[in-house]
Design a protein around this ligand. Structure first.
Ligand code: RIB
Length: 313
């Protein structure tokens, strides 16, 4: 693919360092347990994971973000450069530290995450309006930055006629969804769906009820529910479809949802076909859970291609 025909995605989102620790189980209040694994500080953040995932899949990516003026910020910027992200709209914030996430990884790959947003919360309207001068084909944002930044990204996307993709993590019941106006793709995971709608998407009927509830709250073209090991569910206001998962051994689910959204957007821009995009995104999400870490677990387009070919045999 030539540079000219490559689509450009603007990611407005968080950049974190993840403090990752494995644990046999989550301790009860007052309980102390000893982890047998080593701890690490690895690059993560929902925005950065999405941006790097899209770049690794062959998309041009503009990353609008803020990191602190500290060693973690320096480390993240070097990594983004290695992955070829356009960093013209990334700011080094003098007032706040680089965002940090504490990731507790339980046996079986389930994670629990607490985020200190730091510089991520200081992404502002100006940062976002400037970033639209990169003329993106789509914009992806998540809720790990300030509400006003998310709403400003949505408003600018709608004014400029740029398709808006929302990855609804971390979800809050009181987020003012109606202010997003028009959304091309809205994609929460199971927990986020329950927080936003009060409906856990366990059955197909629950998926439909939750999708309708989301569509009643905001004008959405496609609701795509990420159902983890059960694949994903698509609703377009009339029709729905469940897209089967790829069966893999999960070691760490961190960043799988971010990689899914990046792949969904990249493939949707390339083909205009939401079903094909969801199948591709399922493959990317599946590959991501087979490795530990956030950015370190993201697959390249070649890895995805051979995984899909191999899986189909
Ligand atoms: O989605 C996974 C990410 O959530 C982690 O990398 C962590 O930084 C938190 O933002």
């Amino acid at each position: 693919m030539t540079k000219m025909s490559m689509k450009r995605i603007l990611v407005v989102g968080s950049a974190n360092i993840d403090f990752l620790m494995t644990t046999p189980y989550v301790p009860a209040p007052g309980e102390t347990i000893v982890s047998e694994g080593a701890y690490t500080f690895v690059p993560g953040g929902k925005g950065a994971n999405t941006a790097v995932a899209a770049a690794k899949l062959g998309t041009q990516v503009v990353f609008c973000a803020r990191v602190g003026d500290d060693a973690y910020g320096d480390r993240l910027i070097s990594l983004y450069k290695e992955h070829g992200l356009d960093l013209r709209y990334l700011k080094v914030d003098k007032l706040e530290q680089t965002g940090l996430a504490v990731v507790l990884l339980e046996k079986g790959g389930v994670n629990r995450i607490i985020v200190y947003p730091g510089a991520n919360k200081r992404i502002n309207e100006n940062d976002i309006e400037n970033a639209f001068f990169s003329y993106p084909d789509a914009i992806i944002t998540q809720f790990e930055i300030g509400d006003t930044a998310v709403i400003s990204a949505a408003r600018t996307a709608n004014t400029e006629g740029v398709p808006l993709i929302i990855d609804a993590g971390p979800a809050r019941r009181d987020f003012p969804l109606a202010k997003l106006e028009q959304v091309e793709i809205f994609s929460p995971n199971e927990v986020e769906t329950e927080i936003l709608t009060g409906i856990r998407p366990n059955t197909l009927e629950d998926c439909l009820r939750a999708s309708i509830a989301l569509s009643n709250a905001v004008d959405i073209k496609y609701v795509v529910l990420k159902l983890g090991a059960r694949g994903c569910y698509i609703y377009d206001g009339k029709y729905c479809d469940i897209i089967s998962p790829f069966d893999v051994q999960s070691v760490d689910t961190t960043a799988a949802g971010d990689a899914f959204t990046a792949a969904l957007t990249a493939e949707y821009l390339r083909t205009g076909d939401i079903i094909a995009a969801a199948k591709y995104a399922n493959a990317v999400g599946a590959l991501t859970v087979t490795k530990v870490g956030a950015i370190s677990s993201l697959p390249s387009s070649l890895e995805v291609k051979s995984f899909i070919e191999e899986y189909g045999k």
